[in-house]
Write a protein that binds this ligand. Structure first.
Ligand code: MN
Ligand code: MN
Length: 321
């Protein structure tokens, strides 16, 4: 770091309270050329079943992400040195009052991103957005998934819709986007109205790790299980902020007590280092339920961990090609 700073110093090295708040103060790019990892906001929450507000997530995560520095102290990874990282703005949702049209709008943007060989790191938005994202990143072959969440999100129809935020991954399996045998869901808990709510996960062969099993296994053995399940193939990481205990992340649509600590979540994401990551998302931060900003702060911190392991994967693929 330079000894003296001026207004010409790159934004990332300036004091963290100055400047326009892009994700991690990375450059804002209008075009997708010269970008390896595109951090993209998806401000849509038309798929929530209870408390809304996640449409405001990208802006508050951008704001809190300006506090994040450039190097991961724990792993030594410096993602902005490994890869060309840019904030590529928000996916444009043309028809926010129409759920399936909104998903088409989002899918359209992600096809553009994938066609430019940019790896997307997405910030929701509610969890329904993972389905249109997967329609783009998994268009050529089904992918594995590390899914960290209080909920399996493999539900059935709810109040006449098949595409709400409690069902993206059942739809993704049905559409041939996800390989359920290479999918692991960690942190699952909470109360149910229907004991069979997550039957799809079990019947399709996903590895479901309920919170009680995580608690008895611990982080290290859980990471080993994640790596065993997803293997060497392409893998997507989907991180729902409600995996965290409401003590750490109250600002979310479907909070459940008895959850992960922020440190446990950081360690789980770091445990994905070396996997063949082809995209990731961090969803369900709802700023209207987050008056102190702690949920957006946790989201920004996890987003940085996702950026670090994704940048390692991108750099690894680039060194082989
Ligand atoms: Mn959830
Ligand atoms: Mn979810």
């Amino acid at each position: 770091m330079a000894d003296s700073l001026s207004k010409d110093t790159p934004l990332m090295e300036q004091p963290r309270y100055v400047g326009v708040p892009t994700f991690f103060r990375s450059p804002l790019r209008e075009t997708l050329d010269d970008v390896d990892i595109g951090i993209v906001g998806v401000p849509f929450d038309g798929g929530v079943t209870s408390r809304p507000g996640a449409r405001h997530g990208p802006r508050e995560v951008r704001n809190q992400s300006t506090l994040v520095r450039m190097i991961n102290q724990a792993t030594g990874v410096a993602p902005h040195q490994l890869c060309r990282v840019a904030d590529i703005g928000d996916a444009w949702v043309e028809s926010p009052f129409e759920l399936q049209l909104s998903h088409q709008n989002i899918e359209h943007r992600f096809h553009d991103i994938v066609d430019h060989a940019v790896v997307p790191l997405s910030v929701g938005g509610d969890h329904s957005i993972s389905l249109p994202i997967l329609r783009a990143v998994a268009k050529d072959q089904p992918v594995g998934m590390v899914h960290i969440d209080a909920h399996c999100d493999t539900g059935d129809d709810y109040m006449g819709s098949r595409f709400h935020h409690g069902a993206p991954f059942s739809r993704a399996v049905e559409e041939g986007l996800l390989d359920p045998k290479r999918t692991i869901q960690v942190g699952i808990r909470g109360t149910l109205n229907n004991a069979d709510l997550w039957r799809f996960s079990h019947d399709s062969g996903m590895r479901v790790m309920y919170m009680e099993e995580f608690h008895s296994l611990g982080v290290t053995k859980t990471i080993a299980e994640i790596r065993r399940v997803v293997g060497d193939g392409p893998v997507y990481i989907s991180f729902d902020i409600d995996c965290l205990d409401p003590a750490f992340a109250p600002g979310t649509g479907t909070p459940e007590i008895g959850g992960l600590t922020t440190l446990e979540a950081q360690l789980l994401v770091r445990g994905c280092s070396g996997l063949n990551i082809i995209g990731a998302d961090m969803v369900e931060v709802s700023p209207p339920f987050d008056p102190a900003g702690v949920t957006a702060l946790a989201g920004a911190g996890i987003l940085f961990e996702l950026l670090c392991v994704t940048s390692e994967a991108v750099a690894q693929r680039q060194s082989k090609s």
